[in-house]
Design a protein around this ligand. Structure first.
Ligand SMILES: Cc1ncc(COP(=O)(O)O)c(C=O)c1O
Length: 393
């Protein structure tokens, strides 16, 4: 049996006719840049996230850069984020001239540890504290970070919060949708996301009218009302009408697809617990070295949308297992094999191994399994059986 990490062709096959019609409509209109399709999608995403404003941009990376610019982050500033995320989060901070400041993660959720943010801020001298402008929590793999604590810290220290919700559209935190909790929320429509386009795309959401205005200006070269009047220097970062029309079709199915991912995650949990690879008791699974597999943990009050189903493999067996699964036709991925503080391009920050031990350990243990909505029970059973086989041998 072959079980790919992701199979977008299956999904496309089911919505092919609708997608073709949507593309045809845009091509017939010959309106490719901005226009009604983009505006309609912006309204629909704003409604979906429970916010007042949404602005389409060219990618999730641009969404982060433009959001940072919108809150006034620039040269010499510092922005706190996770070392265990996709590169774009810290890359965006660098690209606006600021310094990424890493804080370690919570081992259960892989998200920023608020206790460590607070500890870090309290350790700073006053002149450095003044440079810290914002926190970017990343809702990794589709689970929202500890937003209550993060917002409390942000308020105490006068910081803005930009949610990197690239992997978390539709995820919930005490019934609030991802992107709607901080000052600004950033989404990516990269094809592998729960809501993926047929190319690059992104969106910024906010409840703050002034920030929404600033974002709109920034994504169109800093233009205000008149086309050739530039109040600030911005970017050419637009979501195009073809992507918007495709995303409008897919948005209708997003909740159904995310629910299927959640069901698949529950089934994996069930299958693993029937084996001797992981314990039924969370305490035992974490504390007894008898169990080589640690299952994803979902915190209280969360709707995890499982952009990834990421397990931990202990005893230095992760890489061996990955290769074994590959040979058996099972696709897996390591998100992320090297934490950002150890990336060459960030060596000027002066970090070394051991600085963020939780993130470093995660990068050695994580393995993401296929979780896409069209995955069948038989495929999941095959995956878990092969993992069992590997540990038996
Ligand atoms: C956590 C996170 N942040 C930012 C991005 C950047 O999004 P994009 O690839 O659309 O630029 C991604 C996309 O992979 C991501 O996973």
């Amino acid at each position: 049996m072959r079980v790919p990490l992701l199979d977008l062709k299956e999904q496309y096959g089911k919505i092919k006719d609708e997608i073709s019609l949507a593309i045809e409509e845009v091509v017939n209109s010959q309106c490719f840049i901005l226009g009604p399709k983009v505006e309609e999608l912006e309204r629909e995403i704003a409604k979906y996230c429970g916010v007042r404003f949404a602005v389409g941009v060219a990618s999730g990376s641009d969404a982060l850069i433009i959001s940072l610019r919108a809150i006034g982050v620039g040269y010499g500033d510092m922005v706190i984020t996770s070392p265990f995320t996709f590169f774009a989060t810290a890359g965006a901070i660098y690209n606006v001239g600021a310094r990424p400041v890493f804080v370690d993660i919570n081992p259960d959720t892989f998200n920023l540890d608020p206790g460590k943010i607070s500890q870090f801020l309290r350790s700073l001298k006053r002149e450095d504290l003044r440079k810290v402008k914002a926190i970017i929590p990343v809702h990794l793999f589709g689970q929202i970070a500890e937003m209550d604590d993060i917002l409390r810290i942000a308020q105490e220290f006068g910081l803005k919060v930009i949610e990197d919700a690239a992997q978390a559209i539709g995820a919930e935190y005490n019934s609030q949708r991802a992107g709607s909790i901080g000052d600004l929320g950033c989404f990516s429509f990269f094809p592998s996301k729960n809501l993926g386009g047929y190319g690059d795309g992104g969106m910024i959401v906010t409840n703050d009218e002034k920030l929404a205005e600033k974002v709109k200006m920034l994504h169109l070269h800093g233009v205000n009302k008149s086309k050739y009047e530039h109040l600030i220097v911005g970017y050419n970062s637009r979501l195009d009408a073809l992507q918007a029309s495709i995303l409008k079709v897919k948005l209708k199915y997003l909740d159904e697809w995310s629910e299927k991912r959640r069901r698949n995650a529950a089934y994996y949990n069930e299958l693993f617990k029937e084996t001797s690879l992981s314990s039924n008791s969370e305490y035992e699974a974490l504390n007894s070295s008898k169990y080589p597999v640690i299952l994803p943990r979902v915190s209280k009050g969360r709707r995890h949308i499982f952009n990834q189903y990421t397990i931990r493999i202990r005893r230095n067996k992760r890489d061996g297992l990955k290769k074994f699964l590959e040979k058996k036709g099972v696709g897996t991925a390591i998100y992320y094999p090297l934490p950002l503080h150890l990336q060459k391009c960030f060596c000027y920050l002066g970090h070394k191994e051991g600085d963020f031990p939780v993130a470093e350990k995660a990068s050695k243990e994580v393995l993401s399994l296929p979780i896409y909505p069209e995955l069948t029970n038989e495929m999941q059973e095959y995956v878990v059986q092969r993992i069992r086989e590997y540990f038996r041998s």
